[in-house]
Design a protein around this ligand. Structure first.
Ligand SMILES: [Fe+2]
Ligand SMILES: [Fe+2]
Length: 390
């Protein structure tokens, strides 16, 4: 479990001089939400399915899975310095995202326990899984003489606020994308055992089933969302100050109603799909490209596979999905990757801040334009979108 690996020392100290990862727009984020609205959600519409999912969680299939075997002994020393660095970056990023899931689920399970016990139990089981994943990754980091200070991270990272509905969209997608990412690496290495640089990858098959179950939970949760709700929250937060009045509950319910209108759902689906896909594509083909090469994978093919599969999966719950088959889709994402490369070259070049900003501006504008065009690309209607392999 993650807790047992939490170090009391500052991350910098135990990192043997390694500079902590630079915070960028593409770094894993920590989330927080409106816990009061969450505990007041009436999910009776789909309670049976949620109960069935909770029963699956109780079985805890991976209880004995995350146990390190003798293959780990000396495995870290076998990596050449370049692969080692790429791998440590991968471990750090993965551990942070797993841990971010743990914190959100743990907090949710704690805060909604009294009013929404079923949901709280599901979140507690998912927090258990994510803690295990983060802990296992952190244990691998210690093979390299490093360890992420999860306690320090908890206290010092900024938390991004998302309202419950956005949390559902974003976490559903990150769980499903996590499933496809892990399984794609696992299957590739199964076929190419020579590229298996570290024994950690042997654990990915069962591991990704946890992520798949987590995704299914959010699928059921989104289906449980009625158009109207009995009560959400009597609180409202404006500029850091919280006000309480029964009237605010009507405001939240009206907002909830608007958010659940079919058109709004379609617009949000497109927004989250694009945000998640574009972020992953830009990161994997940019800073993470060499990591995938070290595994014998082409980052572009790998990402396109993961995006296509996640998009297909999302069609089960989102009313519309992205038209990833339109030739402009990956063309525009590639353009963003190209722009980002120029942006980082400018950032690393000599020159003053003002001239750099002027040089960067057209690339930022181009990125904005590509994203806008991608957002406006006619989506696929999920009911007509029935890919043969699900
Ligand atoms: Fe996980
Ligand atoms: Fe997960």
């Amino acid at each position: 479990m993650a807790q047992s690996t939490v170090e009391s020392k500052n991350k910098k100290e135990i990192n043997n001089g390694k500079i902590p990862a630079k915070e960028t727009i593409l770094s894993p984020r920590f989330y927080t939400t409106d816990f009061e609205a969450m505990e007041n959600m009436d999910l009776s519409i789909n309670e049976e399915e949620l109960e069935a999912i909770c029963e699956e969680f109780r079985k805890d299939y991976n209880r004995h899975h995350f146990v390190r075997n003798s293959e780990f002994e000396g495995a870290a020393e076998k990596l050449d310095p370049e692969t080692r660095e790429l791998f440590v970056d991968f471990l750090e990023g993965s551990c942070t995202s797993e841990f971010s899931g743990f914190l959100l689920y743990k907090e949710l399970s704690k805060r909604i326990k009294v009013k929404n016990p079923l949901l709280a139990e599901c979140f507690a089981h998912m927090a258990r899984d994510e803690a295990r994943h983060a802990g296992f990754l952190n244990k691998s980091m210690s093979d390299f003489g490093l360890q992420l200070d999860l306690g320090f991270l908890t206290a010092n990272k900024d938390y991004t606020y998302f309202p419950p509905r956005s949390i559902f969209y974003a976490t559903y997608l990150s769980e499903k994308i996590g499933y496809w990412r892990y399984i794609a690496i696992y299957r590739h290495l199964e076929k190419n055992p020579d590229s298996k640089t570290f024994p950690l990858f042997n654990y990915f098959e069962n591991w990704c089933q946890d992520e798949n179950r987590h995704g299914d939970f959010f699928d059921a949760l989104m289906k449980a969302q009625p158009r109207t709700v009995k009560s959400l929250s009597q609180k409202i937060t404006i500029g850091g100050s919280t006000f309480t009045h029964p009237l605010f509950d009507y405001f939240h319910r009206f907002r909830y109603f608007l958010n659940n209108l079919p058109l709004t759902s379609k617009l949000w689906s497109r927004f989250f799909l694009l945000a998640v896909f574009a972020t992953m594509y830009a990161r994997d083909l940019g800073i993470k490209k060499d990591f995938y090469s070290s595994l014998g994978l082409d980052a572009r093919d790998y990402d396109q596979f993961v995006i296509n599969k996640t998009n297909e999966t999302a069609a089960r719950v989102f009313p519309v999905v992205m038209d990833v088959y339109d030739k402009s889709f990956y063309g525009r994402l590639d353009k963003i990757v190209e722009n980002n490369k120029v942006l980082s070259d400018i950032a690393n070049s000599d020159g003053n801040k003002v001239s750099k900003t002027f040089k960067k501006l057209p690339k930022y504008l181009s990125n904005g334009y590509q994203l806008l065009r991608l957002y406006l690309l006619k989506p696929l209607d999920s009911k007509d979108f029935q890919p043969s392999i699900r």
